[in-house]
Design a protein around this ligand. Structure first.
Ligand code: PHE
Length: 352
């Protein structure tokens, strides 16, 4: 074997050995230096890579030994890099912890608030539950029968007009309920009298959205069915509600009205007085505020729902929640109720 090959072999051995020494001695002080180390020994153009190829220059008897040495250099660099990296991470965490001020005051937790619609709805539920009404909850996507037909609303009634009702696409017999009166039909077809429920919930009407009206809003429905329920019971119940909700000895008045599902029907006004500019505005100068629709359940409705109208009578009422909440909390625009603007919602934080 010519001498120069031996020389070449030894030179390669020396290079690898000196790199091994360098790796063993390496003490990178920070992340940047560690990165330099990684690039030099483990990067895609690392210094060890070409040395693997140089094995063809090594004399045959020492090829195996050479290969092992370069591999050792690589393994060593990998192990050291991982160890150093783990150490640095630990040190970093320690340093971060050392800088922690454990006496610093904590971040205050943001307190949520109840929506004005929920506040009013819950207050009304509380008032009616005190005289024995329980809560009935039912679907918002309703079939035509429960929303209209059962409620004595004939096919050609204007309330069925496409203008007011949202129909479900491809399912013309399904609607977004236009009132919580649909729950009356749900309850009457599934429970036997005596029935005494309130049904709070969201309803939908295809109306132009403005400061005064929206295509979605909430109602609370009341229904009482038993033997011998009279119009006097309805009046007493409403008078009780108004005293509890509006306070004091407020007067109510019932004006004759029309709903397909009640007979007789009435609208109830509450006397707000004319003590302020606001009273004039909300009562249109009369002092009386319209609050709800009500009436005696039409015998045809009882019949539709399988309740004997010869034996049972009942009353029902429906109250709009948004309008009540707007008056109570001086909210000028109904759209605020559905925008979830935290600047609006936070104003109800202190009310439970
Ligand atoms: N459902 C009626 C409405 O949406 C209100 C109502 C309920 C009237 C119950 C009478 C009895 O306006």
């Amino acid at each position: 074997m010519p001498l120069h090959i031996q020389d070449m072999s030894q030179a390669l051995f020396d290079t690898v050995q000196s790199l091994i020494d360098e790796i063993k001695a390496a003490r990178p002080a920070d992340q940047a230096e560690l990165e330099q180390f990684r690039i030099r020994f483990l990067g895609s153009k690392n210094i060890l890579k070409p040395l693997f190829g140089e094995i063809k220059q090594v004399e045959n008897s020492r090829k195996k030994e050479y290969g092992q040495l370069v591999n050792e250099a690589k393994t060593l660099a990998e192990a050291l890099f991982e160890e150093l990296q783990a150490n640095m991470k630990k040190e970093g965490q320690k340093a971060a912890f050392a800088n922690l001020d454990l006496t610093a005051p904590g971040e205050p937790r943001p307190i949520g608030s109840r929506h004005p619609v929920s506040l009013v709805m819950q207050e009304m539920i509380d008032i009616f539950s005190r005289i024995g009404f329980t809560v009935a909850d039912d679907r918002e996507v309703e079939d035509d029968w429960h929303n209209f037909t059962a409620m004595n609303t004939p096919e050609d009634h204007p309330a069925r007009d496409m203008q007011d009702t949202f129909y479900v696409v491809d399912a013309p017999k399904m609607v977004l309920r236009t009132h919580t009166s649909s729950v009356q039909a749900r309850v009457m077809t599934s429970q036997k009298p005596p029935i005494r429920i309130v049904a709070p919930g969201r309803v939908y009407r295809n109306e132009t959205i403005s400061a005064r009206s929206h295509c979605q809003f909430h109602q609370i429905e009341g229904l009482y069915i038993d033997e011998g329920v009279s119009f006097a019971d309805l009046k007493q119940t409403l008078q009780y509600f108004v005293r509890e909700f509006y306070g004091g000895d407020r007067q109510i008045r019932l004006r004759p009205s029309y709903f397909p599902f009640t007979e007789p029907s009435a609208e109830m006004d509450v006397y707000m007085g004319l003590n302020s500019e606001k009273d004039y505005r909300i009562t249109k100068g009369t002092g009386w505020l319209e609050v709800l629709g009500c009436g005696m359940v039409d015998p045809a409705v009882l019949e539709n729902c399988g309740i004997d109208p010869e034996r049972y009578t009942g009353f029902a009422f429906g109250i709009g929640i948004e309008r009540t909440a707007m008056l109570k909390y001086n909210i000028e625009d109904i759209r605020l109720m559905f925008e979830n603007d935290v600047r609006f919602l936070r104003q109800f934080q202190s009310i439970v």
